[in-house]
Write a protein that binds this ligand. Structure first.
Ligand code: CU
Length: 91
């Protein structure tokens, strides 16, 4: 019974989970950089939308409902776009 409850709680949480990941990025200097990163990240199916805070140099990634994206994949995508990941913070 306890196990069943635990399973329910885990799936219950997953069902409503849509993540927000804050990625601090080095090398962004203008809105063209921000647009380039956004365009590159949006090709990833797990990513719902991307918001860039140029003042804080943070790329906020919102994932699709019930989908996650690994730190490795995020780092790979940002690097491919030509920038460096300083830190990744999950909310
Ligand atoms: Cu730029």
């Amino acid at each position: 019974m306890k196990i069943l409850l635990l399973i329910f709680l885990i799936f219950g949480n997953l069902a409503v989970w849509a993540g927000e990941i804050d990625v601090k990025v080095n090398g962004m200097v203008c809105s063209m950089c921000a647009q380039g990163i956004q365009k590159h990240l949006k090709n990833e199916p797990a990513i719902r939308h991307v918001v860039v805070d140029m003042d804080q140099k943070i790329v906020m990634i919102h994932t699709q409902m019930n989908q996650d994206i690994s730190d490795e994949t995020i780092t790979k995508l940002i690097t491919q776009a030509g920038y460096n990941v300083a830190s990744i913070k999950r909310k």
